[in-house]
Design a protein around this ligand. Sequence first.
Ligand code: XIL
Length: 339
Amino acid sequence: LPGLGALARSRGITFGAAVQGQLLETEPDYQRAFETEAAILVPEWEAKWSALQPQEGRFDTAPLDSILRWAQSRARPVRGHALVWHNDIPGWAQAALAEGRHRAMAVMAAHFDRVLAHGRGQIRDWDVVNEPVANPPGSDVPQAGPGELRDTPWLRALGPGYIDIAFRMARERDPTLRLTLNEYGVEEDTPDAAEKRRRLLSLLRSLLSRGVPVDAVGIQAHLQMARPFRPAPFAAFLAELRQMGLAVLITELDMRETQEAPPGLAVRDTMVAERTHAFVATALEGGVRTVLTWGLSDRHSWLASDAGVMLRDGRTHRGLPLDEEWRRKPMWEALARAF
Ligand code: XIL
C-alpha cells in the first residue's frame, strides 16, 4: 500500500506531518513512518526561536539541519515554523523586546537575516507570524489584547504593526518565499470560532489593503471532538480567504477526544475518522492543496505529552493517522478517502 504522501500526490495534493528531528535520527520505526507517509515535513520545534537563537547572536542550526538533510536526500520540501510567535521566545529576546521599538526591530532583522539565509532554496514556505489573533472574551481560553490581536512581547514592542513589519522583512530578504500567517481556533462550529474567523478575516483584509505581502493562511486544525463541526460555515470562510487571493493550507491537523472518550477503541477511532473526513473533505473542496498533521503517530503526539490535554483517565488521545504501535487507524483511511 502506498503511503498518504503518495496517495495525496496522485490527486495533486501535498500531505505531510510535523517531525521531531531527534526521533528521526534515532528511532527506525519513526523514520520508516515518515519515509512512507510524509511528502512534506515541518519541524515541530527545531525552527522556533529558542531552538535557532538560544542566546543573542549564537545561532544553533544543528537540530534543524538534521531534518533538512533527511528531507533533502529524499527530495522532500520542508516548511518553516515559525518566525514570530508569542511562545518560545528565549529569555534574552524577551528582555531585548522590552527595551523598545528600535531594539526590537534590530532583533527581528538579525534573526530573519540569518534564518532565512540558512533555509534558502530548501524552505520555500514560512509561517512568518503564528497565532496573532486573540481568542474572544468568554471563550475557553480568552486572551487579552488591544482590539482583536493577542497581547505578545512583539506587539508590546512594535504595536499592531509588528505583523506588517515581519512580513515585509521576510519578503525583502527572500522574495521567492511563500509567506504564511498561521492561526488556530477558526475551524469549528462554535461562537468563539465564528468570532475568531471574523477577526482573522478582518486582520487579513487590512494587511492586504496596506500591501503587506501575505501569500497564504495556515489553518492549524487542532480539532476537538467535544466541539461541533459543520461544513457550511468553514466552507464559507475558506471561500472568503480564496477570494482575497490567499492560498490556504491545513498545517497542524490532529484531534482531541472528549474527556469522557467512549469505551472501546473501535468506537473512538471511528468517531475520529468520521470527523477527520468531514473536515478534510470540506477543506479540499474549498481549494486547500496542502495538508499536514501534527505528528504521525499517537505515540509521539503533543496531545499525549502536554499534561493539560491528556484524557482524564490517563489514556492518550487517538488523534493522528497511526496508533502507538505505528498501525494505520481509521483516521488514516479517512485521509486516504478524502484525498
Ligand atoms: C507545540 C509542540 O508540539 C510541543 O512539543 C511544544 O511543547 C509546544 O509547541 N501550535 C503551534 C505549534 O503552532 O508550534 C505547537 O507545537 C502546537 C500548537
